[in-house]
Write a protein that binds this ligand. Structure first.
Ligand code: ADP
Ligand code: ADP
Length: 226
């Protein structure tokens, strides 16, 4: 697990107005921070710079006390869960979860141990041999999270993971993500435009507008009427 420190982070695409403009934010080890703001305000860009999928124009990204600006995604040991969770249709749930461990060429028994552990946490045991097409949306999302868990990453990054689910499933998954994060105590940055998620999931909410960090507060401070 690791803290994430952003120091004066700027991102310019081409020579236009900065998509992310001088953002500084310290996220403590184990903290759950929600990133909100209108479409186009720079949320995805910021998340992608944390994980290393986007170059930083200026500023420093410090993860676990180490500057990672020049580190490739594979050397940052973070786990990103995308909106379209991109499971492999031809692989079983087990192999979908095991995928990053197979890439890393871990021994079979270690792969089995870690996948079973993740399946316990996510209550996926009875589905391990099924194909993604035979799962519900919520189950698929859990498989995607399983893949993130087995990597034993330093932090989780979520980019609107629930936006493709219906309202009922969203509610269930909200509860599960919250439980899982507390249980694992893993540093988490979660992008959403859903106010319920922002109000219920995080320790703090960071509000972005036109690339600028406008406010960072507890959900209580931000959403409760005086
Ligand atoms: P959000 O996730 O909050 O919707 P984004 O980070 O996707 O916002 O986008 C922030 C701004 O950067 C937007 O103005 C968007 O058009 C621009 N942008 C995002 N990705 C690219 C890109 N690859 N090339 C050029 N501009 C981009
Ligand atoms: P390859 O190692 O064959 O290039 P990928 O392109 O899938 O495989 O991934 C490259 C590296 O990026 C991986 O080793 C891993 O560390 C990292 N990576 C892949 N997917 C994710 C993800 N969802 N979240 C965070 N890092 C990832």
């Amino acid at each position: 697990m690791a803290s994430i420190e952003m120091r004066n982070i700027v991102k310019k695409y081409g020579d236009g107005f900065p998509a992310v403009n001088d953002v500084s934010l310290d996220i403590a080890d184990g903290e759950f921070v929600i990133l909100v703001g209108p479409s186009g305000c720079g949320k995805s860009t910021l998340l992608r710079m944390i994980v290393g999928l986007e170059d930083i124009t200026s500023g420093d990204m410090v993860i676990g006390g180490k500057r990672v600006n020049d580190k490739a995604p594979r050397d940052r040991n973070l786990s990103m869960v995308f909106q379209n969770y991109a499971l492999y249709p031809h692989l079983s749930v087990f192999e979908n979860i095991a995928f990053p461990l197979r890439l890393a060429k871990l021994p079979d028994d270690e792969v089995r141990r870690r996948v079973n552990e993740a399946a316990d946490v996510l209550e996926l045991h009875e589905h391990l041999e099924r194909k993604p097409a035979n799962l519900s949306g919520g189950q698929r999302q859990r498989v995607a999270m399983g893949r993130a868990i087995v990597r034993q990453a330093e932090a989780f990054l979520f980019d609107e993971p629930l936006s493709n689910l219906d309202a009922k499933l969203r509610g269930q998954m909200r509860t599960e993500i919250s439980r899982l994060q507390r249980r694992l105590g893993i540093t988490t940055v979660y992008v959403t435009h859903d106010q319920t998620e922002a109000m219920t999931l995080g320790d703090r909410v960071a509000v972005l507008r036109k690339g600028v960090l406008q406010q960072v507060a507890s959900p209580r401070e931000l959403y409760e009427q005086p």
